[in-house]
Design a protein around this ligand. Structure first.
Ligand code: GDP
Ligand code: MG
Length: 596
């Protein structure tokens, strides 16, 4: 297709504002998916996405659309909508010239609406503001058209009104896309340059890579090179998705399509990388390339120790489809053999954990998530800490932790509540704007560690569900942080070490020791549980001793009965972990580590 007849666009929206439903309606109206083959959220292919109603991996679909007598090709690029995947969102946006900014007409602008809009503006996309769900009785299109108009800088009358559910207004929207989204520009006779905006592992075909061609063209059986690594591959197949993959004789300037090279690991085909041809290689890659950086770490351990090899294999498999997944083996005194796993954020953690449990039938225990710390020591060396138990003792000059820039939207009545929460979580107010009389946008710098620890839940419950949150990491900052260790009879229980702000160390210590006192059964001797910062004990509980003389129960000389009892006791011990001389049921650790 000639570039003048191509329009590349994406839909950006806050979660649940109806992006997938609108995409479905477009597929149907353009005839790409027949009505009877239609299932809801056609593009959300992963089970977890479907169940949770979120879009994790982006996809691209080509749709024919005629305006007057002219046949256009619309490429709709579905972007992941969650903060954890900002880098992927921004790559998908870079593959488009226009963005449909979708806002629920009963909800108005939310935090992710803003975050995605800013990303789209950074990528210089043409923005088409649209109110969705106008079929809802609770819809307030006039009010929210005003809000959006103000935000995007258009007349409220120019904000389109649609319903993804009934299809109302969707044809008008498709026409508007053709009219206002600029056609792609690129140089057909130059060396090929195509940007990878998604790459997905498929068990039958290996990695399927989604690209947007900027210059030149890519043809089947050609050798291509990945510009970030120089690795070369043969193009086994190239084509477009509409809505299933259709092989073509090549794709040119402005086109969006997929490639198959036979590689088996998405790391060999990285989102953000530039593809060129070996016969006429380009010299300058498109944009930059960033490796995804894990921000949140957690230890993952099989509840049944013999599942360790299964867990290793499962992680190796997931990695094929997830370039951001990072892990290395780790051993814990309390939990045995497992892995320290790095994630992009909390949702990423939850998704991986759920997939491991569901697809590989594993029962897992995960330690409380933590962020990465940089610790400067007296001898001018710096250590990076991804596991609290590895936090250095000795003299420390400075500790730095990652911080985020958070945007919170809430009804005005909750301003005080939200500010209170942010202050409590060591936030610094950056600014505040009223979107309308009854809606406020608050901007804060907050430590990522504070967000990771149930911030979103707190925000939701304190605002009766009305606040929304978005954040992006912005670097790190020095903070007064200490490591709190938990000791059982003087021995450290590594899984419970935590890095916390100095002012919160005492609370953590008191809570943890109290929790463990509840959970650990009495032993033959007294067991002190202590919380300590360095050598200083900050909290203490004691489990009193019992004398559990099982044999006392069987008077007389019934040897076989005695033996049976002893054996039974031995079996119970197998599920015990020994910390020093204290026997702790594994269940106690699991209960203590679970967040509530
Ligand atoms: P996404 O998270 O932005 O992809 O949102 P979905 O498309 O999954 O929609 C979220 C919810 O809103 C679902 O329950 C949809 O059925 C519903 N929904 C989406 N569009 C409309 C609409 O136009 N009208 C009504 N009444 N409901 C809608
Ligand atoms: Mg969706």
């Amino acid at each position: 297709t000639a570039p003048e007849l191509i329009r590349n666009f994406c839909i950006i929206a806050h979660i649940d504002h109806g992006k997938s439903t609108l995409a479905d309606r477009m597929l149907q109206l353009t005839g790409v998916v027949e009505a009877r083959a239609m299932r809801a959220q056609y593009l959300d292919r992963m089970d977890i996405e479907r169940e949770r109603g979120i879009t994790i991996k982006s996809q691209a679909v080509r749709m024919p659309w005629q305006v007057g007598d002219t046949p256009y090709a619309l490429n709709m690029i579905d972007t992941p909508g969650h903060v954890d995947f900002t880098y992927e969102v921004s790559r998908s946006l870079a593959a488009c010239e226009g963005a449909v900014l979708l806002v629920d007409a009963a909800q108005g602008i939310e935090a992710q609406t803003l975050a995605n809009l800013y990303l789209a503006m950074e990528n210089e996309l043409e923005i088409i503001p649209v109110l969705n769900k106008i079929d809802l009785p609770a819809a307030q299109p006039e009010k929210y058209a005003e809000e959006i108009g103000k935000l995007v800088g258009v007349d409220p009358d120019d904000v389109l009104r649609v319903s993804g559910k009934t299809g109302m207004g969707v044809e008008v929207l498709l026409d508007r896309i053709v009219e206002t989204v600029p056609a792609p520009v690129g140089q057909a006779d130059k060396s090929a340059r195509a940007m990878i905006f998604d790459s997905v592992y498929d068990i039958y075909r290996g990695v399927v890579t989604y690209v947007r061609v900027v210059d030149g063209n890519l043809n089947p059986r050609e050798r291509i090179a990945m510009m970030s690594t120089g690795a070369t591959h043969e193009l086994l197949e190239i084509g477009v998705i509409s809505p299933e993959p259709i092989p073509t004789k090549g794709i040119g300037v402005g086109e969006v399509g997929y490639l198959i090279t036979g590689v088996k690991d998405v790391r060999q085909s990285k989102v953000g990388d530039t593809v060129t041809t070996l016969s006429k290689p380009a010299t300058e890659p498109l944009g930059g390339y960033d490796d995804p950086k894990p921000m949140v770490f957690s230890g993952l351990y099989p509840i049944d120790g013999s599942d360790y090899p299964v867990l290793r294999e499962a992680l190796d498999k997931l990695k094929l489809n997830d370039a951001a997944l990072n892990y290395e083996p780790e051993t814990s005194v309390a939990l045995g053999f497992g892995f320290r796993v790095g994630f992009l954020g909390l949702l990423h953690l939850e998704i991986v954990r759920e997939r491991l449990e569901r697809e590989f039938n594993l029962d897992l225990i995960s330690t409380a998530p933590n962020v990465i710390y940089e610790v400067d020591l007296e001898d001018r060396t710096t250590v990076t800490v991804t596991n609290p138990s590895e936090f250095p003792g000795g003299k420390i000059r400075e500790v730095r932790e990652p911080v985020v820039r958070a945007t919170i939207l809430a009804p005005s009545e909750f301003v005080g509540t939200v500010m209170g929460l942010c202050t409590d979580r060591r936030g610094t107010l950056l600014g505040m704007d009223y979107l309308s009389e009854d809606r406020v946008e608050l901007r804060y710098t907050l430590p990522l560690a504070e967000i990771v620890f149930d911030f979103f839940d707190q925000l939701k419950s304190r605002t009766r569900g009305y606040a929304s949150l978005d954040y992006e990491t912005t670097g790190d900052q020095a903070a007064d942080l200490v490591k709190v260790d938990i000791l059982l009879q003087g021995d450290k229980v590594d899984a419970f070490s935590a890095i916390v702000h100095k002012d919160k160390a005492y609370d953590y210590g008191v809570q943890m020791t109290a929790k463990l006192k509840e959970l650990i059964p009495r032993q033959q001797f007294e067991v002190p549980i202590q919380a300590a910062v360095g050598a200083r004990v900050i909290a203490r509980e004691t489990i009193r001793a019992i004398r559990k003389d099982v044999l006392a129960k069987c008077y007389g000389g019934d040897i076989s009965r005695k033996r049976k009892l002893l054996e039974k006791q031995k079996e119970g011990k197998k599920r015990m972990k020994t910390i020093g001389s204290v026997e702790v049921p594994k269940d106690a650790f699991i209960a203590a580590l679970s967040s509530d």
